[in-house]
Design a protein around this ligand. Structure first.
Ligand SMILES: [Zn+2]
Ligand SMILES: [Zn+2]
Length: 461
């Protein structure tokens, strides 16, 4: 990314904070033609101009936070902010891996009990489901929050750092629980503000092996039947004060494969007596690259990565076997059944041509996260009313990362969105899954306001 400092005049103070415009500079550069003005001082002013390749890329990294207008967060939710931080930090200190979120689930259940909210525990092991009814009949909206942490040793020196060795909330799921609890607290105390029912779904094991599917199988979307779902991810790829949302595919499918090539080992100097599994494996690695390059519609995105290639034991020994493992990502649900047979076809063809045999295992973990157009419109219009400027709603935001929220959105229409949480001014911009990941807790109140307004908008209140 380029950061040329260029001057431009800004007429309107509001525009000075964030402006998109097509190039006024000459000539347009080959890297792209979208620009953002930042950091202009009050009064007639010069602005510095930062260049990005696309609107979404403006927020990809290093972008400063947008101002958060607290007037757009209702007083009852502002009053929760200290509690949101306290809940989040408490959970952050006691992180738990997937399907072992017992302390987290106990804490959630205790809060729900204290607020008189009906709930069920131990759904799909550690899952918790709360049901809050409005004072009038109406549709059922599900809100999902994942609860699990990662097997990472925290490197932050904050007072609320993880007390569980080797386990850390490095993805923000501690914040998701706090936001969902804040939403539950507000809704339970303002049942006259919405029609219908809200189901808060606290889900285990998003980071793997996946808790959404077992919860659906355990009946979380029935009794009462959920009509639509929403969910959010605190997102350090976006600055605080922004919401990223997109109709259609938002996050990629994730699938994985393991392939073992069985050759015939022997002396490194006598290759004619062997079938070299490294040579066969290397050809497989290269040939797999042609799937994205030559089989996938070039207007669609996909990835085939071989992440591990293990073979051999000595410089003068031809390896008997080679093991390759990798990941496949794609956005378009139409490719759901495409990759497994295509990969195996390539593996089989190359092995056959060399006289090797193989084993091939393929696991389709999560499908793509696909947002429903109508629910996306609802979330987008809510976001426009919560974040400070129209530019705070980041268009066309999507990532090759994966999420098992995908299973909920396969089952019912819904929308998953990103809530900007990075703040470079406070050095809170480490990427997700980094041992120094942390986020700006101002986003917690924004998240509750987003969810509550979505509930009100969806129920027609
Ligand atoms: Zn994660
Ligand atoms: Zn996550």
């Amino acid at each position: 990314m380029n950061w040329p400092q260029v001057s431009g005049r800004v007429a309107d103070e509001r525009q000075a904070l964030l402006v998109f415009y097509r190039p006024l500079l000459n000539p347009p550069t080959p890297q792209g033609d979208w620009f953002m003005l930042v950091g202009a001082p009050p009064g007639p002013r010069e602005a510095c101009c930062v260049q990005f390749s696309s609107p979404a890329a403006m927020f990809a990294t290093n972008a400063p936070p947008l101002p958060v207008n607290r007037d757009r967060i209702r007083p009852a939710i502002q009053a929760l902010q200290d509690h949101l931080v306290e809940w989040r930090r408490g959970i952050h200190q006691r992180p738990e891996l997937g399907f072992k979120e017992w302390l987290t689930a106990d804490f959630i259940a205790a809060q729900l009990t204290a607020w008189g909210i009906d709930h069920q525990v131990k759904m799909a092991e550690t899952g918790v489901v709360a049901v809050i009814e409005g004072t009038r009949p109406g549709p059922v909206l599900g809100i999902r929050a994942d609860m699990d942490a990662l097997p990472i040793q925290e490197a932050n020196a904050v007072p609320y750092r993880s007390q569980h060795d080797g386990v850390m909330h490095a993805c923000g799921h501690d914040g998701h629980v706090a936001i969902a609890l804040g939403t539950a607290h507000y809704l339970a105390h303002h049942r006259d503000r919405f029609a219908g029912t809200v189901k808060l779904i606290f889900q285990p094991a998003e980071e793997g092996p996946g808790g959404a599917k077992p919860m659906i199988e355990a009946g979380v979307l029935t009794n009462p039947d959920v009509d639509a779902m929403i969910g959010l991810h605190l997102w350090n790829n976006l600055p605080l004060g922004t919401v990223g949302v997109r109709s259609g595919p938002l996050m990629a499918a994730t699938e994985s494969f393991t392939c073992t090539v069985q050759g015939k080992g022997g002396h490194g100097a006598l290759p004619h007596q062997t079938v070299d599994s490294i040579v066969v494996g290397a050809q497989i690695v290269m040939a797999l690259q042609t799937i994205v390059a030559r089989n996938i519609d070039p207007t669609k995105s996909a990835v085939v990565t071989v992440g591990k290639f293990h073979a051999g034991s000595a410089h003068n020994v031809i390896a008997d076997t080679a093991t390759l493992t990798g990941t496949v990502r794609y956005f378009d649900p139409d490719y759901a059944d495409y990759f497994a047979p295509r990969l195996e076809q390539i593996v089989a063809g190359i092995c056959q041509s060399h006289g090797a045999s193989y084993t091939f295992d393929y696991v389709a973990s999560y499908p793509p996260v696909v947002n429903d157009p109508a629910m996306t419109d609802l979330v987008r219009s809510v976001a426009l009313s919560v974040v400070e400027t129209p530019a705070g709603v980041v268009p066309d935001c999507h990532t090759m990362g994966a999420e098992d929220m995908a299973f909920f959105l396969q089952a019912v229409p819904g929308c998953y969105f990103f809530l900007g949480a990075a703040n470079t001014d406070k050095a809170l911009a480490y990427p997700h899954h980094h041992p120094r990941f942390d986020f700006d807790e101002t986003a917690l109140g924004l998240g509750v306001e987003m969810f509550v307004r979505c509930v009100e908008a969806y129920s027609g209140a």
